[in-house]
Each structure stands twice: as C-alpha cells, then as structure tokens.
Design a protein around this ligand. Structure first.
Ligand code: ZN
Length: 139
C-alpha cells in the first residue's frame, strides 16, 4: 500500500510510515501494537537527520588561498582565520609561540609546515563545496 500522508510505499502491516512517520490507518489499532511499534518520541512529525549543529560547522565561503598560505607560513594558524577557523587558528598560533620559543624556533618551523598543509587541505575542501568542522585538521 501507499502512505496516505506522504504517498510513498509502505508495508501493509506497518503501524507507522517509515518515510514520514504518519500512522497507517489500515494497521491494527490495538494499544499494544501501537506502543510496540511507535517510533521514538519526537520522530513522528519532526524527523531531524543526524547532522552536526550548524554552529559548529564552517560552510564554503569566498576566501584567498594564497593569503592562507602566506599567513600560515609566517604565523602558523593565523591563516586559518581567513576561512573561519578562528578559535583553532588562535590556539595553534599561541601554541606555536610557546613551543617555538621553548625550542629555539624548531617547533615554530615545524608548525609553519604543518599549518600550511592544514590550511591548504581545508581550503581545498571548502572550495570543493564541503563544510569543515571548527576544529577539523587536514580536511
Ligand atoms: Zn508516509
């Protein structure tokens, strides 16, 4: 049979449509059957796909990849601010200053290389139309 609510095919014996969650008017109406097969509360009318909240994702935006590279080569992490990884960029830059100073610049240099690669990969992911996480590394 077809769901009277959304029109998609559903099993004749199903109590609820698996597509939209509407009750099947032809299904047995006994309380027990309904309670056993009822979807989790809230799922009946307002099914939400399992995605991360929008606030923690960064969506593709216009940005300059050369600027990301130049900034990350000099101030590792700051380049990531260009495409929106503000907190991560600042934390990585602060970590670079502390660790780089403590190692006479060795870890500063390492961080320059790592963050430049990180910035390029994340920038490319954004440019291909995919969102990235606020704290995502290397895309
Ligand atoms: Zn339906």
């Amino acid at each position: 049979m077809f769901c009277p609510h959304c029109g998609k095919e559903m099993a004749d014996e199903a109590v609820f449509c698996q597509h939209c969650g509407a009750r099947n008017p032809a299904a047995p109406q006994s309380e027990q059957a309904a309670s056993e097969q009822a979807p989790p509360s809230g799922a009946q009318q307002y099914y939400q796909p399992q995605v991360a909240p929008a606030s923690v994702m960064i969506y593709p935006r216009q940005h300059s990849l050369p600027l990301v590279i130049v900034l990350n080569l000099i101030f590792p992490g700051i380049g990531n601010l260009i495409f929106g990884q503000t907190a991560k960029g600042l934390v990585m830059f602060a970590a670079t200053v502390v660790l780089g100073t403590g190692t006479c610049g060795v870890l500063w240099f390492v961080s320059c290389v790592v963050m430049t690669i990180d910035g390029v990969m994340l920038s490319n992911k954004l440019n291909s139309g995919q969102p990235i996480g606020q704290w995502e590394f290397f895309g």
